[in-house]
Design a binder for this molecule. Structure first.
Ligand SMILES: Nc1ncnc2c1ncn2[C@@H]1O[C@H](COP(=O)(O)OP(=O)(O)OP(=O)(O)O)[C@@H](O)[C@H]1O
Ligand SMILES: [Mg+2]
Length: 204
């Protein structure tokens, strides 16, 4: 099962991805974490000190999790000489034609916003998780991402993250009426992994 985490910057992609992986990994024979964000926050959460050594080269961490990074931003990208989409290449190479194995959990922590959607990553996944905060810009980007995922017919779950009041949860439910919503309270990012796992499994 290949699950990608999407959403606006700061919406909780990396945290949700990491918590999900840590909490459900025992239910799978193999786990594979891919840090597809060039800021490499998932690498940090997993205790990987030199993610550059894992760019396009999966290796097993001491925790038993297999790990790969898509790569840090490069000078060529910063200078504008090449498009940042070339950084998605190792991710695409890993996931394209990957045999679907229900004993394997693959999580992909994506770059913020529409970039990874535009780069064609959703077509390589079984399920997408879109993280949305109760804030106008997060809702807007979440909606754009969800609509982009529809175009590739990627099954999608919405995580309503950092929720403090029932009104905030309702706001997100109203904005995404056609989706399964999993609510994660502010201050308890690891709380909803069970509900998220069930929601994801129900879609595949
Ligand atoms: N449910 C939550 N409760 C409290 N804090 C949270 C929760 N989820 C995430 N955070 C915090 O919000 C911040 C942003 O989270 P995170 O880094 O996971 O977002 P992101 O979408 O991966 O951001 P980026 O776009 O920069 O990669 C972090 O400081 C994280 O600890
Ligand atoms: Mg992140």
């Amino acid at each position: 099962m290949i699950i990608g985490f999407f959403g606006k910057g700061g919406s909780g992609k990396t945290t949700t991805c990491f918590q999900f992986l840590q909490n459900v990994r025992d239910e799978y024979v193999e786990t594979f974490a891919i840090d597809a964000d060039h800021n490499m926050d998932l690498s940090y959460n997993l205790g990987v000190e030199h993610p550059e050594a894992y760019v396009g080269q999966p290796k097993t961490l001491s925790s038993g999790i297999r790990f790969m990074a898509a790569g840090p931003h490069t000078e060529e990208v910063f200078r504008g000489d090449v498009c940042s989409h070339y950084l998605f290449r190792p991710l695409k190479d890993q996931l394209r034609d990957r045999p679907r194995n229900h004993n394997e959990l693959v999580v992909v922590d994506n770059t913020a916003g529409m970039d990874s959607v535009g780069a064609g990553i959703p077509a390589l996944l079984d399920v997408a998780v879109v993280c949305v905060e109760p804030a106008i810009h997060s809702l807007k980007v979440g909606r754009q991402v969800a609509d982009g995922l529809k175009r590739t017919q990627t099954q999608t779950v919405i995580v309503a993250n950092k929720i403090q009041t029932p009104e905030q949860e309702q706001e997100i439910r109203r904005a995404f009426p056609e989706y399964t919503i999993v609510t994660v309270p502010l201050g308890h990012p690891g709380k909803a992994f069970h509900g998220l796992h069930t929601a994801v499994r129900n879609l595949i």
